[in-house]
Design a protein. Structure first.
Lengths: 165, 103
């Protein structure tokens, strides 16, 4: 939990959302699943994320030639515990207009599992819920991948993977 | 997953989730407004939601703020809806696509 995470209500909406999931895995495997381009693609609509994963480095989430999803900077990189990234959505003109927000990944071991908490904050007034609406499906897919080795196959979960293959 | 179903099997708790969906990050004081029960009753319901993972909390100064965590509901969707309802849903969406293509 970080006190620096900003929370305000603007126009009846919160500027911060929190997503939590418990996954039976180790912090190291979870960190790898978040930072490996190939693993990431298996639970993020088929979209991989490429970065050097050092503080200050950039990252890009895309299927080259098919779709650009998001980009930004790695503000804090502390494997296998904490990753803070600036986040600019790129998949449509509507979400591009939302500008930059922030995503914090926190991994905490709990017994033989890990709690993963994703906080998406610094959202603008009346933020488009498309910006953060994909997190539940992504985290559900991440849990399925790490616990069963399989990919989620619910509608939309691998939206871009065939196009990118 | 039992805890999630149990937590959802109560109209007050579903009402609390709906309120957080409308405005995320509310304090107990804001959430209890207009509910026909004591502050203690609302606290008990929030505790059940928290234990089921449907609500997470953060401190801001002296206030405890409650956030909706929709991930457990997504897990149920992916486990159950995917299995039983998806053939239906995809058949319907294919039909919709075909009908729209004919227009």
């Amino acid at each position: 939990m970080s006190d620096e995470q900003t929370y305000t209500v603007v126009g009846g909406r919160a500027s911060m959302t929190v997503f939590e999931v418990y996954i039976k895995t180790t912090p190291e495997r979870l960190w790898e699943a978040i930072t490996s381009e190939q693993m990431r693609a298996r639970y993020s609509f088929g979209v991989g994320t490429v970065s050097e994963w050092t503080a200050g480095s950039e990252y890009k989430s895309e299927v080259p030639g098919v779709v650009e999803i998001a980009g930004g900077k790695n503000l804090e990189v502390d494997p296998p515990r904490r990753l803070v990234q600036s986040f600019t959505a790129l998949w449509s003109e509507d979400v591009q207009r939302e500008g930059e927000s922030r995503v914090t990944w926190e991994i905490e071991p709990v017994g033989t599992s890990c709690r993963l908490r994703v906080t998406h904050d610094q959202l603008g007034a009346e933020a488009n819920n498309e910006l953060y609406g994909g997190w539940p499906m992504i985290l559900s897919g991440l849990k399925t991948l790490l616990e069963t080795g399989e990919d989620l196959d619910t509608p939309g979960s691998l939206r871009y993977s065939e196009a990118g293959a | 997953m039992d805890e999630v179903f149990r937590a959802l099997a109560d109209p007050t708790r579903r009402e609390l989730l709906d309120r957080l969906f409308e405005v995320d990050g509310q304090s107990l004081g804001a959430l209890e407004k207009g509910l026909p029960m004591s502050r203690f009753g609302v606290m008990k319901h929030l505790k059940v939601l928290e234990e089921a993972g449907l609500v997470t909390t953060r401190r801001r100064g002296r206030e405890k703020l409650h956030f909706l965590n929709p991930v457990p509901i997504r897990l149920i969707h992916d486990r159950w809806v995917g299995k039983y309802a998806e053939p239906w849903a995809s058949a319907l969406s294919e039909l919709k696509t075909e009908l729209e293509d004919e227009l």
